[in-house]
Design a binder for this molecule. Structure first.
Ligand code: NAD
Ligand code: LMR
Length: 329
C-alpha cells in the first residue's frame, strides 16, 4: 500500500539552494524512493520572488515526479508551515564577497523569530526542522526559542556540509574513496571556527590519524581548508555554495528520518550538556540516528588541542547568542 504523503516546507524556495534542493526532495532522495511528498514553498511577499517561485514550480511540474503528491506556494509562514512534517529553513540573506557572517546576524534573527513562532503555531508536533540559512546555528537557536510548545530536539542546524567537506579533504589526502571513511566528527558552529575532527575516523578500518600522521597538516592545512571553504567558494563562484549545500541538507534530513545504521554523522543540535557544552547551545556534535531520534556519540576523549578548538567555537556561538538575546526577550 502506498505511504501517506509527508509535508515538506521549504523557505527561500526560489533561491539558489532551493533550485538544487526541491527537485531532489520531489525525486525521493531525502525521504526515500517509496515516500510521497507534498511541497509547501515559502518565499518573501514580493512580486519578483513569487514570480520566480512560480517558474521553479512550473519546472517541477515538468519533471512529472511520481512521488510528488502536491505543491503549494506561499508568502505567509503560517500557511507554508501548516501541518509540516519537515521544515527546511533556507531563506535568508546570503553572505556576499567581503562580508562577515556576523554582519547578517540581526537581519536574519528577525526572520527566524517569525518563522519559529509560525512553526510553533501550525506545524506537526513532530516536525523536524533544519536551519540552513546563515548564521545557521544561531538562527536555529532563535527558531527553537521562538517555538516553546515544540520539543527543542526538533530544531537542528546544518553542519553536514562541513562534515562532507572534511570527508572529501581526508579522502583526497589519502587517495582513497570518501565511502571508505567512517567516524568523522565536526564540533561547534557552522563557521570558520568549527572543529573538524578526524582523530576517531577510520579509512578502510585503519586509523585516519595514523595514516596521515601529520599534526601540522591537520592544524595548518586541513582545518583552515574546511573552515574557510564557504568563503573560498564565494570567492571562486561569486556566489555562495548552492548544490553542495542542498546536497548536505538532503543528507541531514535523510539520515534523521531514515537512520544512520550505527554510523556517525554530524548534526547541529541543542546540547544536552554533553562534553561540557551548555545545555541548549546549538552545537555540532557527532551523532548516530535510530528510529528518527539522534543520539550524541559519548565517551570520546577530548585532548588539549581539541578542547582549545571546542572552546573557541563555543565562545563564538555564545557571543552570537548574546548578540540576539534582546530579540528573544
Ligand atoms: P539566495 O539569496 O539565492 O536565496 C535565498 C532566498 O530566500 C531568496 O529567494 C529570498 O527571497 C528568500 N528569502 C529571504 N528571506 C526570506 C523569508 N523571510 N522567508 C522566505 N524566503 C526568504 O540564497 P542561497 O544561496 O539559496 O542561500 C540561502 C542561505 O543559506 C544563506 O543564508 C546562505 O548563507 C546559507 N547557506 C548555508 C549553508 C550551511 O552549510 N549551513 C551553506 C550554504 C549556504
Ligand atoms: C558555506 O559554508 O558554503 C555557506 O555557509 C556560505 C558561507 O557564507 O560560507
Amino acid at each position: 500500500m502506498a505511504k501517506t504523503p509527508l509535508r515538506v516546507a521549504v523557505t527561500g524556495a526560489a533561491g539558489q539552494i532551493g533550485y538544487s534542493l526541491l527537485f531532489r526532495i520531489a525525486n525521493g532522495d531525502m525521504l526515500g524512493k517509496d515516500q510521497p511528498v507534498i511541497l509547501q514553498l515559502l518565499e518573501i511577499d514580493n512580486e519578483k520572488a513569487q514570480k520566480a517561485l512560480k517558474g521553479v514550480m512550473m519546472e517541477i511540474d515538468d519533471c512529472a515526479f511520481p512521488l510528488l503528491a502536491g505543491m503549494t506556494a506561499h508568502s505567509d509562514p503560517m500557511e507554508a508551515f501548516k501541518d509540516a512534517d519537515f521544515a527546511l529553513l533556507v531563506g535568508a540573506r546570503p553572505r556576499g564577497p567581503g562580508m562577515e557572517r556576523k554582519d547578517l546576524l540581526e537581519a536574519n534573527a528577525q526572520i527566524f523569530t517569525v518563522q519559529g513562532k509560525a512553526l510553533d503555531a501550525v506545524a506537526s508536533r513532530n516536525v523536524k526542522v533544519l536551519v540552513v540559512g546563515n548564521p545557521a546555528n544561531t538562527n536555529a537557536y532563535i527558531a527553537m526559542k521562538s517555538a516553546p510548545s515544540l520539543p527543542a530536539k526538533n530544531f537542528t542546524a546544518m553542519l553536514r556540509l562541513d562534515h562532507n567537506r572534511a570527508l572529501s579533504q581526508v579522502a583526497t589526502k589519502l587517495g582513497k574513496p570518501v565511502g571508505s571513511i567512517e567516524k568523522m566528527a565536526v564540533w561547534g558552529n557552522h563557521s570558520p571556527t568549527m572543529y573538524a575532527d578526524y582523530r576517531f575516523a577510520t579509512i578502510d578500518g585503519q586509523s585516519v590519524k595514523d595514516a596521515i600522521n601529520d599534526d601540522a597538516w591537520n592544524r595548518d592545512t586541513f582545518l583552515p581548508t574546511v573552515g574557510k571553504r564557504g568563503a573560498a567558494i564565494i570567492d571562486a563562484r561569486g556566489a555562495s555554495s548552492a548544490a553542495s549545500a542542498a546536497n548536505a541538507a538532503i543528507d541531514h534530513m535523510h539520515d534523521w528520518h531514515l537512520g544512520t545504521a550505527g554510523k556517525w554523522t554530524t548534526m547541529g543540535i541543542p546540547s544536552d550538556g554533553s562534553y561540557g557544552i551548555p545545555e541548549g547551545t546549538m552545537f555540532g556534535f557527532p551523532v548516530t540516528v535510530e528510529n528518527g531520534e539522534y543520539k550524541i556519540v559519548q565517551g570520546l576523549e577530548i585532548d588539549a588541542f581539541s578542547q582549545e578548538r571546542i572552546n573557541l567555537t563555543l565562545k563564538e556561538l555564545t557571543e552570537e547568542r548574546e548578540g540576539v538575546a534582546h530579540l528573544l526577550a
